[in-house]
Design a binder for this molecule. Sequence first.
Ligand SMILES: C[S@@+](CC[C@H](N)C(=O)[O-])C[C@H]1O[C@@H](n2cnc3c(N)ncnc32)[C@H](O)[C@@H]1O
Length: 496
Amino acid sequence: MPAHIQLLEPADSVRKSVSTKLALANRAKLGQYMTPAPIARFMSSLFPPSTLQTCVLLDAGAGVGSLSSAFLDRWAMQDGFLFQQADVETYEIDPHLRNHLAEALTTYAEHLPIRWNINSQDFIEAAALQIMAPKRYTHAILNPPYKKIDSRSSHRIVLRKAGIETVNLYSAFVALSLALMKHGGHMVAILPRSFCNGPYYRPFREYILQHAALHHLHLFTSRTKAFQEDGVLQENVIIHLECGGEQGSVTVSHSTDDTFSDLISQEHPFSRIVFPQDSEKFIHVPTSSEHTAIELSKNVRATLSSLGITVSTGPIVDFRLLEHIQTSPKPHTVPLLYPGHFREQRLCWPKDGIKHGNAICMNASTKKWLYPNGFYTVVRRFSSKEEKRRIVASVVRPDAFPGNDYLGFENHLNVFHIDKHGLPEAIAYGLAAYLNTSAVDEAFRRFNGHTQVNATDLRNMLYPDQSALRELGEWARGQASFAQTMTDQQVRKLIQ
Ligand SMILES: C[S@@+](CC[C@H](N)C(=O)[O-])C[C@H]1O[C@@H](n2cnc3c(N)ncnc32)[C@H](O)[C@@H]1O
């Protein structure tokens, strides 16, 4: 029977002092954002009780050992773990952190029947070599490094050979750890929320949902607070997966920050989390058990493709076409539209003092990127955190650019079009009005944790049908100015 010890608190002081000393460059390079003790403790509490004799624990990218410490503390406190023995396998690439990790594990070994090992190898390379070997791990607890994997890097090559297609170290760590786990093994990991709906994470979502059951999702609703000491600005989620487990309902919990003082938790059917027909396999994090008005509406069932409309990222990537961009319109140029040309819902073009430009030369190099002048609905890709709504849509009217046959849409805008041509006027207005409603905003926030609005996100949403969009558009076109409550009311009539 293990002794009553709790070493997470001392490990946490080590974490704090080490974190402040970590070289900033290394931090970014190795994704060194350490887990504060309350989060580590919460993560360890998500493992189900276990009657296993021997636990084989994986802590990949272990830092100073905060997560292993929280896991071992739970065992030591006899809180549901009845192991007789534990093998703790850690990976840590940074020699400085390995010293602290060794100290922590040595102390645990004085009190608990554990064997431990610290691997100094790169986890991706080591794990990829082991995935064909017999599965070892019964438990894994992870706060993996976050860093983009370059498409030509050795990591990408190793991963591809192992059959794992992914774009960030954190998703690679989770996929590889799952591949090393025994059937019925449990993993708890803290990850940026981006994998839930980022377009590049689709293979990763498919991989985890195919190999494991998702039992718990915890969302920190404050972007700034979970890793505030480290200045990490993103929403984080904690997931509990069971390797090869049967998918049942999912517990979804929320807390503002790592004090967990306002923790709320609810069960949801899995079909609420990953919609059955969704080929993108978006992972939704419902904020309540109620469905959004949009999800409930029988009148919002059209897909963009059924409407014959496409949404694309603005095709003008300005740094590739710099030599053709002009501050002001001249003969042989056409208007170039940036997000800066839209304020609230209004277009202001040309704009004095705009940083980038107002026009682009029309010539053999640029013509293929231009659209004929017409009505378009545009949505900025990056909203600021202060902005009330994430989706900010505006209408581009052809009469704003008299004498111009073509328009350029810059890459920070999403553009709705029909086969690279304009939309019918009423549809352009109807789409913008619909996208600017609070109901759409609410539905969007359920599955999108960041301020970026990708064309894929817009493509995967549901829309009112043609006639409803037209009707809405006729109404919106007649409005002198944009008023949130009036738009909401108008759309509410439509979607009821
Ligand atoms: C986000 S930190 C988390 C540390 C620890 N798990 C915690 O929760 O406090 C990720 C850790 O992974 C380590 N790391 C980064 N790349 C690695 C790699 N390829 N193999 C093994 N460890 C790595 C970093 O040095 C860092 O300590």
